[in-house]
Design a protein around this ligand. Structure first.
Ligand code: FES
Length: 107
């Protein structure tokens, strides 16, 4: 198990236990992180799973594929260089302690 640190838009923090190997979207949904909706179920067609992942964690992730970058254009909240779609982030043991910032809105 790894621990993820979700930081809500109001700066409140929610710690979540997750399994390495699962997607960040599944970990968030299982933990009832309401700021992540994931309407398309992870098929990269909705952009309602927008999160921000900054240093040092971002460097441990594979870069986004072009389809992820394209879909971020449809995110409801401002996109930053740290923006990712969490359905595309696969959890690994190295991500233990990762901070995941949540946007104000997904719609
Ligand atoms: S859940 Fe729809 S793009 Fe990630």
């Amino acid at each position: 198990m790894i621990t993820l640190r979700f930081v809500h838009a109001d700066q409140s923090v929610q710690l979540v236990q997750a399994e390495a190997g699962q997607s960040l979207l599944k970990a968030a949904i299982d933990a009832d992180i309401r700021a992540i909706e994931g309407d398309c179920g992870g098929t990269l067609t909705c952009a309602t799973c927008h999160v921000m992942i900054g240093p040092p964690w971002a460097a441990l992730l594979p870069p986004p594929v072009p389809d992820e970058t394209d879909m971020l254009d449809y995110a409801a909240s401002p996109v930053t260089p740290e923006s990712r779609l969490c359905c595309q982030v696969r959890l690994t043991p190295e991500l233990d302690g990762m901070e995941v910032r949540l946007p104000v809105a997904q719609h």
